[in-house]
Design a protein around this ligand. Structure first.
Ligand code: APR
Length: 258
């Protein structure tokens, strides 16, 4: 529902963009939550799209869980290697750049929370971000290294996956898999930012994966205005004051420009 009580969920017209642009310009604290749709126009497939083609015969839990990795480390490593290569080839899109520019222009105003494991926000110049689901470019050990000075996974012996030459520990990607805890402190920081913001902007997420999906409700319950940018319906549309049916690379530059 928008402020007039009517639902605003069509393609964004100039007046709606102008109204929300003014709200964003006025807000002293803005929290932005991004999901896979944020990077779609950079050519990075969403998790579901990434499971197409060769990989479509696997269940997500086989490719993105600790049990799946232990059962078939080479298969899971190869799947992530393909996704990592895609991220390295991709470039930030106009939406990433608009967010980074807004953050630089208005220091201390924007807190960016992302569910994405790519580094496109960072490469667009976004200095701080809360990464809820980890970093696909990072390596870490599958099991805790028992040494007092832990071995460095980047020095593991090459392989699919690389393994520790001393103890055989396997290297795994630094992402959060199904059933795993979010990185220490990340959820707390995100919930604090959602509760403290005046305006929450949610971009390119289906709102189906918790606890990230709950951040918009936290913001709304605390009195914030909530705006969603997504070309399709999401599971949290009802939480928003307005939904702009457009893509990140088109709508964000219009919303966030000077
Ligand atoms: N601009 C904005 N939104 C878009 C665009 C675009 N160009 N293209 C697609 N979308 C929207 C889709 O309509 C959909 O709502 O992006 C959303 C992508 O949904 P998901 O693939 O479910 O991504 P996300 O919500 O980020 O998933 C959350 O689930 O797969 C796990 O850990 C993974 O972080 C991920 C989490």
């Amino acid at each position: 529902m928008d402020e007039s009580g009517a639902s605003a969920s069509g393609p964004p017209d100039a007046a709606t963009i102008a109204r929300w642009r003014a709200e964003l310009a006025r807000a002293a604290r803005v929290c932005v939550l991004t999901g896979a749709g944020m990077s779609a126009e950079s050519g990075i497939p969403t998790f579901r799209d990434a499971m197409s083609g060769l990989w479509s015969r696997f269940d997500p839990a086989e490719l993105a869980s600790e049990a799946g990795f232990r059962a078939n480390p080479a298969r899971v490593w190869d799947w992530y290697a393909e996704r990592r290569a895609g991220v390295r080839r991709a470039q930030p899109n106009a939406g990433h750049l608009a967010l980074a520019d807004f953050a630089a222009r208005r220091p201390g105003v924007l807190t960016l929370v992302t569910q994405n494991v790519d580094d496109l926000h960072q490469r667009a110049g976004q200095v701080d971000a809360i990464w809820l689901h980890g970093d696909i470019g990072a390596d870490r050990w599958l099991d805790r290294c028992p040494r007092r000075a832990p071995c460095d996974p980047s020095r593991a012996a090459p392989g699919r996956p690389p393994r520790c030459a001393d103890c055989g520990n396997l290297v795994r990607p630094g992402v959060v898999w199904f059933g795993e805890m979010l990185p220490d402190g990340a959820l707390d920081a995100a919930e604090r930012a959602a509760a403290a913001c005046e305006l929450m902007l949610v971009v390119g997420t289906s709102g189906a994966v918790w606890p990230a999906a709950g951040l918009a409700s936290i913001a709304r319950d605390a009195g914030a205005r909530v705006l969603i940018v997504n070309p399709q319906a999401s599971e949290i549309d009802a939480v928003a004051h307005a939904v702009l049916r457009g893509t990140a690379a088109v709508v964000l530059p219009a919303l966030l420009r000077r």
